[in-house]
Design a protein around this ligand. Structure first.
Ligand SMILES: C[S@@+](CC[C@H](N)C(=O)[O-])C[C@H]1O[C@@H](n2cnc3c(N)ncnc32)[C@H](O)[C@@H]1O
Length: 197
């Protein structure tokens, strides 16, 4: 199994105090409007900005990330804020989905997963979500400027994710440009999907 550009990302975690900041993703803040309580799995949780936000809103959150540095930071932030987040260092492709979740989120991570594992993983996310539960995904699209620079990443067609969720209620499906300041400033074209089972 290969993890595309993830090694570079892992070094960035070592060299930065908080790579992605603590502000939650602008779509993740919609989750508490859509479900009131329950268990949430955050795939590729990073330093935990989204997990922390959801735990503050009273959800029982598990964050999984392949980076030990990222999960260590997540657990430190969690402790500092007197929250109780379950942080797991593991590749999501090896994670055992032993329970059903009220929501599964994955922000800016799925395009990093090897294509051979990616669609199986998304299907597992769907399967391991409770009835009326939510999935929230944000991924790079094939209009992303980094497409040539990172040929190993998986760049989604903007309708691809929506089509995978065609048996769920689509709550949000849109694309937007996001400016990034880590490394050289650059812009990503992101597709976001929020769907209810
Ligand atoms: C761009 S960061 C996003 C972090 C976080 N979701 C956020 O929004 O701040 C992508 C994350 O995916 C993690 N990641 C990449 N491949 C992974 C895998 N196979 N299993 C678990 N995490 C992975 C990286 O370590 C990194 O923390």
């Amino acid at each position: 199994m290969t993890f595309l550009n993830v090694e570079k990302l892992l070094t960035e975690y070592v060299n930065s105090e908080c790579l992605w900041g603590l502000e939650p993703n602008k779509y993740v803040v919609r989750i508490p409007e859509l479900i009131k309580s329950g268990k949430i799995l955050d795939i590729g949780a990073g330093e935990g900005r989204n997990s922390l936000y959801l735990a503050q809103k009273g959800f029982d959150v598990t964050g999984v990330d392949i980076s030990k540095e990222a999960i260590d930071k997540l657990l430190n932030f969690s402790k500092k804020n007197k929250l109780n987040i379950n942080g797991i260092v593991k590749s999501i492709t090896d994670f055992e989905f032993n329970e059903q979740y009220d929501a599964i989120i994955s922000v800016a991570t799925l395009h990093l997963i090897n294509k051979d594992d990616l669609f199986e993983l998304i299907n597992k996310m769907k399967k391991k979500t409770k009835k009326n539960g939510l999935n929230l995904l944000t991924v790079f699209t094939d209009k992303d400027a980094g497409r040539e620079q990172f040929p190993d990443l998986y760049f989604f067609n903007e309708n691809e994710i929506r089509d995978i969720y065609n048996d769920w209620e689509i709550i949000e499906h849109t694309t937007y440009n996001k400016e990034e300041s880590h490394g050289k400033p650059h812009i990503h074209n992101i597709c976001v999907l929020i769907a209810r089972k």
